[in-house]
Design a protein. Structure first.
Length: 333
């Protein structure tokens, strides 16, 4: 009741313009009467005969606006924006604008809820992926008085890798504010990623073969390293035992080749989709379906085009095309 009283009071106040017009009309009439020396009693008669119709018009306006506001609030709560209708030209214009705005907000809210649901699902998935090596390590420790350091290191590295992926995913929506573009040595960047994942290579019995000449690339080294780490660890993960991952650079293109299980032709168009693991991810495990999705999103911001080609049981080739205006080959360090 209190809110209704406030609403009515606000609507009455909003009619001040009509009251000003009415008073100006009386003032003008009074001026004309004085100018032409007309009996001023006419002004009293005019006021007496016009005040009631004026108040009735104002009352009708207040009632119509009140019912419009109440009906609009009800429709907004019901999310039934198509039925919002207001009187008058500006009322209809406002109603159309309100419908578009609320429809947009509703879509944004639904997208946000979907995004939060996806985030929750992936957090659960990642927690499971991080729990798996720890559980495995615990079982080994329970059955043996001592655990080989290589096995411990392998499990810890796997947990660390999954944790880094989780942190990257968490920063992904706002990572463009963290970009620092500078000229870096691509060869040093590749070697650094290899060194950080050397235990991953050793645990999979895979060796890198790097033929990347000194090349200056204008990019963000931290986020480029995330792309490289994802692509290179995928190449290692799906390579054959005692295999080789070849990494080369030519004509502004970094090429990473493995000779492993490859990717099914029918799955290639979907490898950058969020959450897509494919048959390889399901059979080999340790896959969240987020790695290539994140790599693709980061690459777009950095101006890098990613192209993947693959043949089952032959291998996979990933090419990173750098913008020729931003990348320059430089043999002098």
């Amino acid at each position: 009741m209190k809110n209704n009283t406030k609403l009515v009071f606000k609507i009455i106040i909003s009619e001040w313009i009509n009251l000003v017009i009415y008073l100006l009309f009386l003032a003008l009439f009074c001026f004309i009467c004085i100018l032409y020396k007309v009996d001023l009693n006419v002004i009293g008669d005019l006021t007496r005969y016009t005040i009631m119709p004026f108040l009735m018009i104002i009352g009708f306006q207040v009632y119509r606006k009140y019912t419009d506001v109440k009906a609009t609030n009800t429709l907004i709560k019901e999310e039934n924006f198509k039925r919002i209708h207001l009187h008058g030209f500006y009322g209809r214009l406002y109603a159309q604008t309100l419908q578009k705005f609320m429809k947009q907000k509703l879509t944004e809210n639904r997208n946000l809820m979907e995004s939060l649901k996806n985030r929750e699902d992936y957090l659960i998935l990642w927690s499971h992926e991080m729990k798996t090596p720890l559980t495995s390590l615990l079982m080994i420790a329970e059955n043996n008085s001592s655990v080989p350091s290589e096995e411990v290191s392998e499990k810890i590295e796997l947990v660390n890798y999954q944790l880094k992926q989780l942190l990257t995913f968490d920063r992904l929506d706002d990572f463009n504010h963290d970009l620092v573009f500078e000229k870096i040595n691509l060869s040093d960047c590749v070697k650094k990623v290899i060194q950080q994942n050397v235990s991953f290579f050793l645990s999979h019995d895979v060796m890198p073969k790097i033929t990347v000449p000194p090349a200056k690339i204008l990019t963000d080294s931290k986020w480029l390293s995330i792309i490289l780490e994802q692509v290179i660890t995928n190449a290692v993960k799906y390579s054959d035992k005692n295999g080789i991952v070849q990494i080369s650079f030519n004509d502004d293109t970094l090429t990473i080749v493995d000779h492993g299980i490859g990717i099914a032709k029918s799955e290639l168009p979907r490898i950058f989709e969020q959450g897509f693991t494919g048959s390889n991810g399901r059979t080999h495990g340790e896959a969240t379906g987020m790695g290539l999705y994140m790599a693709q999103r980061i690459a777009k911001i950095l101006g890098i085009k990613v192209k993947v080609s693959s043949i089952e049981n032959v291998g996979t080739t990933v090419k990173l095309f750098f913008n020729s205006k931003k990348s320059r080959q430089n043999n002098k360090l």
